[in-house]
Design a protein around this ligand. Sequence first.
Ligand code: NDP
Ligand code: GDR
Length: 323
Amino acid sequence: MAKQRKALITGITGQDGSYLCELLLSKNYEIYGMVRRASHVPFERIKGIVDRIHILDADLTDQTSIDDIVSSVKPDEIYNLAAQSFVPTSWNQPLLTGEVTALGVTRLLNAMRRHAPKSRFYQASSSEMFGKVLEVPQKETTPFYPRSPYGVSKVYGHYITINYRESYGLYAVSGICFNHESPRRGLEFVTRKVTHGTARIKLGLADELPMGNLKAKRDWGFAGDYVEAMWLMLQQKEPDDYVLATGEIHTVEELLKTSFAAVDLDWRKYVRVDKRFLRPAEVDLLCGDPTKAKRKLGWKPKVNFKQLIDMMVESDLEQLRKG
Ligand code: NDP
Ligand code: GDR
């Protein structure tokens, strides 16, 4: 019988961590989830599976704790999904964002180089690196022009991953992921804010939804599809970086229209623009070209935009009805 493979997932309590964990459990991996200390139990997204995995305390800002877990587990695969991932917060906390989202990658790569050099490493890079885009659609070779401290930190994480691959011969790769969403998306991100807001209005729990830039265009997919590509990227013969995207774009306005239409409401009656949600520097348009991932990994997203938003509205209605 084949040896059970061990995966270390940072950010396991986040949206992607929870889907990836379910996927790897279905493939019979032994899962080690890195969790930072909190004053509350942060297992909401993994509550159904937490008994089937090992939880390890560490923080991406603390090299000692990372060294300890990598040297004790010696994982076959490491997925670095942890980050300060909310773009607006990165202007309020630029140094923390740099410590976690940028330098945290180097800390983990250092631990892998020292204690598990045969491991395979996935870095969660982001379409935010393209920022003020220099080409449409964006592909692996498109130059970066980040527009926020978050985007700048992700560019660092991206290049340090390539640098450790080239300097030390590690199997270390980056998935340049475009926005991916789900019913488990944090409430502050635009899709979940809209679907949760729609459900609250439908159920009479709110009567308006304050929003930021309605003209922004994004390439939105389903998180469950994207974690499959992350896994596939670590199963290849040669380490390489890939754009993960749907190739289809929608405006925030279209998102509002689709979400409110799912409950037979007209979004225009409830939405108002509130300057508090505008950003110091905006990313106007992101549209990914997933051709390389399709060709080399055989990956393509299965859930389309309308199915995704319908799924999220349905889930928010159900959760709010339960109270
Ligand atoms: P989430 O914000 O849902 O999850 C982030 C995770 O990082 C949480 O588990 C959080 O823990 C953890 N974390 C934050 N700070 C630290 C720290 N100092 N030490 C250890 N863990 C920490 O993000 P997503 O799941 O949406 O995204 C996963 C990754 O992919 C992130 O790196 C994100 O930047 C990147 N990405 C996401 C995209 C998307 O559309 N979702 C697109 C492109 C890239 P806690 O629960 O304690 O807060
Ligand atoms: P983004 O996601 O910044 O692309 O980063 P977010 O959902 O926050 O914003 C998408 C676009 O919607 C516009 N917008 C609003 N956004 C929020 N959050 N709230 C609003 O009220 C609102 N109104 C309009 C924004 O201006 C923006 O243009 C996400 C994160 O998951 C990152 O970690 C990841 O790297 C990128 O996606 C790819």
